[in-house]
Structures are given as C-alpha cells and as structure tokens.
Design a protein. Structure first.
Length: 474
C-alpha cells in the first residue's frame, strides 16, 4: 500500500495507546487526506508547488471544508484583514473535521477567540525585536547572536505567531534588496557575532537565488560559526524539502543547523520523518522549538508523546516556549505553573535528550529566561540539599574541604545540612522496592549455594553491608 493509499479516508490513527498502564507509542503516524483532495495524484500531492498553489487562504474556502456556525463565520471573516490565512492541503488534512477543538485546527484555522483580549496585555511586538534592530530586519540582542528576518512569507500562518506584524506585509521582492545587503554587512563588521539565526516568516520560502545569497555570504564570514535556519517547513509543508537542490544548498554552507517547530505528536508524519532524516544525513543537526499552547499540548501526556516522537525521528527537543503575549493569541496562553507542572513530569521520567528548556521570552527585550521546578531545596556552608524527580532529598557536598558546620541533633531537611544524615527517601519508592527485591533474590541464591556446599561468601568486590536496604523515611 502506498503512502497515498494510507492517507485516504479520515479515520484517525492513534500514535499513543496504553496497555496495562505502560505507554506504547507507535512510529510516526500516517497523515490523512481530506476527501476533497482524494483524487489528486501522488505526483501533485508530493509537489510543494501544487501544495502552495492550493493552500486554503480564505474564509470562503474554509466554510466548504469545516463546519462553522453563522456567527463563527462572521467573526472569522472579520479577521481576514487582520492576519493572513494559509494552510497547505497536506497540513489541513491532519485536522479531524469533526472536532472543533482539534489541536491542528487550533494552530492553523482562524478563530473568533482571536478577537478577545481578556488580560488587556497583548502587544504587536512583545519581544521588542524592532527596538533592538540596528539595521532593518536584523535584531542584535545577545552579544554573540543576531537574528535576520529575511522574508514575511510562511507556508502556513500559525495563529499564535509572534511576528504577525512582519507577516502581515503584503507583496515583496524576490530580488536581493539593499536591506538584505545591510544585514550581511552588519554581521561582517561585528566580529563578536558567532551565531546567526536566519528567520522570517520562513526562510525556506525564499527563492533559491535569494536563499543562496544569505547562506553563501554568511558562510564566508570567518567569525560566524553557526547559521541557524528557523523553519516550520518540515512540519507544515515537508514536500518543499523533497527538493534535493534545496537540501544541497543548505548543506553546502556547512555551518547550517535546522531549528524547526513541532507542537503536537500528530504533526510527526512519515513525510516529516523523511525530511528530518534527509537533513540529518546531509550533515545538518535538527533541533525543535515547541510553544506551550492551551488546548494543543498543555497536558503532560501530550508533551511526553511529542518529545518521545521527536527522539524517534532524531530531532532534539531544544526549547519549550511560553506563548508570547502577542495580539490575538491570548486564548493560547497557559499559566507559567502549567509549564512547570509539565517540566516536572518530564525530568527523570524520560531520557534527558528529550527534555527541552522551558523559557519565557521576556518583554522589553529581556531575552529567553529559563524556568524549571526547584531542585535546590536548601544549602549550608558545607553542602546543598537537592531534590530528584522521585522526591528524594539528598545531601551533596560539592567542594572538597573539611566540614565547618557542627553536627547537631535535628530532623528533616535540617538533618541533611547538619551532616547527621545523607538522604531522606519518600515512602513506597518503586526504585527502593526493586532494590529490596534484588537483595531478597540475592539472599535466596546465597542460601541455595551454601546449602549445596558451594562457597557462599561474597566476592572480593562485594560487601554485605552494601546490600542492606536503605531505610525508607516518612
């Protein structure tokens, strides 16, 4: 059965199921094709030009594809002049049309909620990128990094986009402009810049000649070590990267890293997996930015599915962004506590390779500020008390020096700081239960060998006292 055959129909395929409480995740799921495109040939379906030409760009098209009430149609029709709409047929086909709260739909389809501003705190440029732009299109905020906005065009316009002010620009030039040249000149003249983020819009929508201008000029600057391409093409229009000429151009710069943007496990399809692996084979690391979005991925279960699915296609989770207070995106914003709750459920519960850094991109141009649950519980002159994901509290003496704190009879966390105890363990800890089982099995084996006239002594590297179970403390 071809991939096209697998995509026909609208029955969703689960990418996650639970058997006896154990998470069982499948490889990348199969995307679906909406019935309106069922008769489109695979040749056209896999052609990014066809996908772009047939993208949904108006409310008139939407009303023929998804159910809306008259009130909803009127509301989203009023939004057409406020923010662009573009959804390739490929990405639109990931939507379950029967679910008004489908996470793919929420990211891509206009909603009347975009007209609300409950907090009164929504900004056109929440990160104040324009105020840190020494030349048009270039933001220089961190000492060694610069951001280049190279285009206002995207393959799909995310409803929560931070740069709506830029992507609302109409028209544009395919040719290299004087402002493009000025951005390159600025990077060339500032030797402290080591890392350049080529962004937009989406730079992979640029004409190949214009993208080559940026890549060749940046790659030729000796002090530029890294060129990051910020793109959602692998997610929303992977067919663009079926083009070997584009992949070869990206690889030819030799300094390119890909920063992509998966927000939900259903976005990880065979097509997406294919292009990510193509980029990796061409020598480009692929990292992922996820935005924490209410109704899309604001649950621990969904976020675990997403991070594990990314690892399966060898994409490194890099950042989990708190949703920015941009105009029209207030309904996507969770509390910071929700983000910390999710991070608590990732650390220690899955590979560290799959754990992103949770950040708030600060207003007033403050940049990315990392947030995490508190693992440092307390401290003294001699040691710190640290907490792990199980709730175990442990004394850690980081510095090799004699203790200066006089031991004092005390209890709880204080006993760890005073040096009278080294660990406090929660009751009914599963890992300690496994240790206890191992000890019991070892004792049974030792007893069996002793009764059978074999040598029941411990080996020279094993000490009986190490097998004593750790006392669980309430």
């Amino acid at each position: 059965m071809s991939e096209s055959d697998q995509r026909t129909g609208l029955e969703p395929r689960s990418v996650y199921q639970t058997t006896s409480g154990i998470e069982e995740e499948e490889p990348p799921g199969s995307p679906r094709r909406h019935p309106i495109w069922r008769d489109v040939s695979d040749h056209h379906w896999n052609d990014w030009r066809w996908q772009s030409q047939n993208a949904i760009r108006s409310v008139r098209q939407l009303r023929d594809l998804l159910p809306f009430s008259p009130e909803e149609l009127e509301a989203i029709g009023a939004l057409e002049g406020e923010y662009k709409l573009a959804i390739p047929p490929y990405y639109f086909s990931l939507i379950d049309p029967e679910d008004p709260n489908d996470p793919i739909r929420l990211q891509s389809v206009s909603s009347s909620l975009e007209m609300r501003n409950d907090s009164g705190y929504e900004l056109e440029d929440p990160l104040e990128e324009d105020k840190d732009a020494p030349v048009p299109g270039l933001t220089h905020r961190y000492p060694d990094r610069a951001l280049l906005v190279t285009t206002h065009v995207c393959t799909m316009y995310c409803r929560f986009c931070t740069r709506k002010r830029a992507t609302m620009v109409r028209g544009g030039w395919d040719a290299v402009s004087r402002n493009d040249e000025r951005m390159i000149e600025y990077v060339r003249e500032h030797s402290e810049i080591r890392d350049v983020i080529v962004s937009g819009g989406d730079p992979l929508t640029l004409p190949i000649t214009k993208l080559r201008f940026f890549l060749e000029n940046l790659a030729a600057i000796p002090h530029v070590d890294v060129i990051r391409i910020g793109t959602r093409v692998p997610v929303t229009l992977p067919q663009k990267l079926f083009d070997q000429e584009l992949v070869d151009l990206l690889a030819s710069a030799e300094k390119v890293w890909i920063q992509t943007h998966f927000n939900h496990p259903r976005e990880i399809t065979p097509e997406a997996a294919r292009v990510c692996k193509t980029l990796l084979r061409a020598g480009m690391p692929v990292n992922n930015h996820t935005v924490l979005l209410k109704g899309v991925n604001d649950s621990l279960e969904t976020m675990r599915q997403l991070m594990r699915a990314l690892l399966r296609i060898k994409v490194r989770p890099y950042y989990l962004f708190h949703c920015d207070p941009v105009i029209g995106a207030g309904h996507f914003r969770t509390s910071v506590w929700k983000g910390l709750e999710i991070m608590e459920g990732l650390r220690g519960h899955m590979s560290g390779l799959g754990i992103p850094t949770y950040v708030v991109d600060s207003p007033h141009g403050g940049g990315k500020i990392p947030l995490m649950p508190n693992y440092l519980v307390s401290a003294s002159d001699d040691a710190v008390v640290l907490r792990n994901f199980e709730g175990m509290l442990v004394r850690y003496q980081a510095e090799d020096k004699p203790n200066t704190v006089q031991p004092t009879a005390t209890r709880g966390v204080s006993s760890l700081l005073q040096g009278t105890k080294s660990v406090l363990m929660p009751e009914n800890n599963e890992r300690m239960a496994r240790r206890q089982l191992h000890i019991l099995n070892h004792e049974e084996e030792s007893s069996h060998h002793t009764n059978g006239h074999t040598n029941g002594c411990c080996s020279e590297n094993q000490h009986p006292e190490e097998l004593v179970p750790l006392q669980l403390i309430d």
